[in-house]
Design a binder for this molecule. Structure first.
Ligand code: PAF
Length: 286
């Protein structure tokens, strides 16, 4: 596996992949603290393209709280091992100055309002930060496919918009986005880098999110959306979570869900003590 820390090393590594493996490659952008959710992205990538690059970069622009940025788990050695095991060809693990040099100007990205509700309302500026770094990484690592986890549903919509903007307005050849389903543990807990911050008692409570999805699937059929949300929030509170939001949206969008729209997607964010968790699930209750 090639390792690049600087933009110069990255260019060299990409040129070598280009000549040894071919032009078609894929990018798995990550912030490290990798787990089997990322493993799934790498597996799908490995099966679908000639070379796979991953990035490990804890992007300061997408953190609206300094304490959250400081606490974000970092464990490069284990990450490199997992990347290697999954046959990743190149890892770009730069420091912030390599990604955002002083003479670099952030693009003005109109995210069409997708950055504003739900995650965006509770983490102002978060999605602008995500779109900015993904755009920059795509400038640095031109690729055919971009692999994103559905665990970050709203992020997928924002990045889809970014790819549209880059193609339609800036005329840049864009990668196609490949969305990879969320990986869950045996109890339904969505794998997340932030789970590393949870002690056993908190982990047990985090599984309350999956229990609530099961309850919503079993009881959602006959309930009005507002009532379903209210009852589910009560359950999440009883599970020991401090809720930020629970929303039902039309799948593939952020539009509020109403009956007749097909199976809704439920979006959730909440806190377990000082750790913030998000999850989403499709509910078969059309
Ligand atoms: O999902 C993440 O890990 C990050 O938001 C991403 C896409 C790597 C951008 O920093």
């Amino acid at each position: 596996m090639l390792v690049a820390r600087s933009v110069e090393e990255l260019r060299e590594a990409l040129a070598s992949l280009d000549s040894s493996k071919g032009k078609e490659g894929g990018l798995v952008p990550t912030m490290g603290a990798l787990h089997e959710g990322h493993g799934a992205l790498m597996r799908v990538a490995r099966q679908s393209t000639a070379w796979v690059a991953a990035t490990i970069f804890v992007n300061p622009l997408q953190f609206n709280r300094l304490d959250d940025l400081a606490r974000y788990p970092r464990r490069e050695e284990e990450d490199f091992r997992l990347l290697q095991e999954h046959g990743v060809d190149l890892v770009f693990a730069p420091n912030p100055e390599a990604v955002f040099p002083h003479d670099w100007a952030a693009p003005d990205l109109d995210l069409n309002g997708l950055d504003l509700p739900w995650e965006g309302a509770f983490r102002p500026g978060h999605f602008k930060g995500v779109a900015t770094v993904v755009s920059r990484l795509l400038d640095l690592i031109p690729c055919t496919y971009l692999y994103m986890g559905l665990k970050d549903y709203q992020q997928c919509l924002v990045v889809e918009r970014l790819l549209h903007l880059r193609k339609a307005m800036l005329g840049l050849p864009g990668p196609a986005m490949v969305q990879v389903p969320t990986v869950r543990d045996a109890d339904g807990l969505a794998l997340s880098s932030r789970n590393l911050l949870l002690v056993p008692d908190q982990l047990a409570r985090a599984k309350g999110i999956a229990r609530t999805w099961s309850w919503m699937k079993a009881h959602g059929q006959g309930l009005e959306p507002e009532v379903l949300i209210e009852r589910a929030l009560e359950r999440l509170t009883a599970e020991g979570l401090r809720n930020e939001y629970l929303a039902l949206v039309r799948d593939g969008s952020l539009d509020p869900w109403k009956r007749g729209d097909g199976a809704p997607r439920a979006l959730y964010a909440g806190w377990l003590d000082e750790v913030r968790l998000i999850d989403n699930e499709s509910l078969p209750i059309p």
